[in-house]
Design a protein around this ligand. Structure first.
Ligand code: SAH
Length: 222
């Protein structure tokens, strides 16, 4: 789109769609509005720079896209929802499992969080690290590694986001979550998946809420 290389108009339409979908799903998710800080982060991240050239025309459509290595970039609505449920903000230390292309990582970084992101597929980890550095996100640290182990050197985290579906909630990750923090994770349930939020209360007790059915690539062992 030569008239608008920054694709501002497309991004604004994406935001409008996200806003509408939040309202449509409010009864299920418990959130009717996208927090202004999350909206602003989504507005600032150039999503088209995270997808392969031949997919760029669809970068702002509300759908997941193939990004190579059999992986996908999440649907914009889902990124907005997970970011909202995570409750992270300026200065939060966030662990992400499943960097993929790094789009969600960039949204968290744009929110002002200190992001630590693990990706099990090495070429994806390398490409995402390079892309994020190239776009100037110096508060995002990407490593090649198996997210099942978390990132003990950087724990505890104020929030943890898993962007691949786990057979069950990995206790290693729960242990790396600070009291008062949220762990957002798609969990396999039978033939389906559900997006769950685990809140670790001040006394360490866990409270789990299942939010809505989702479809993520499976979390694999590295
Ligand atoms: N967060 C991405 C979506 C990533 S798709 C976005 O913004 O669009 C899920 C990613 O999780 C894939 O790249 C996959 O390779 C990765 N993954 C799967 N199992 C993993 C594991 N055990 N540890 C780390 N990453 C894993």
């Amino acid at each position: 789109m030569p008239d608008d290389p920054d694709r501002t108009a497309e991004r604004e339409r994406m935001l409008a769609t996200i806003r509408e979908l939040f309202q449509v799903t409010a009864a299920e998710t418990g959130v009717a509005e996208v927090p202004p800080a999350v909206m602003e982060a989504l507005r600032r991240v150039p999503r088209h720079r995270f997808v392969p050239g031949h997919e760029q025309a669809l970068a702002y459509a509300d759908m997941p896209l193939a990004i190579g290595n059999g992986q996908t970039i999440s649907q914009p609505y889902m990124v907005a929802l997970m970011t909202t449920l995570l409750g992270a903000g300026e200065g939060s230390r966030v662990l992400e499992v499943g960097t993929g292309c790094g789009y969600q990582t960039a949204v968290l970084a744009a929110l002002g969080a200190q992001v630590f992101s693990l990706e099990v597929v090495q070429p994806l980890a390398e490409a995402a690290a390079q892309r994020l550095a190239g776009l100037g996100y110096d508060n995002a640290d990407v490593r090649h590694g198996d997210g099942y182990g978390g990132w003990p050197e950087q724990a505890p985290f104020d929030a943890i986001l898993v962007t691949a579906a786990a057979p069950q909630v990995p206790m290693t990750l729960v242990r790396q979550l600070r009291d008062g923090g949220n762990l957002v994770i798609p969990v396999v349930r039978g033939a389906r998946q559900v997006l769950s939020v685990l809140h670790r209360e001040a006394d360490g007790d866990l409270h789990r809420r299942d939010v809505l059915p989702v479809a993520f690539v499976p979390m694999v062992r590295g």
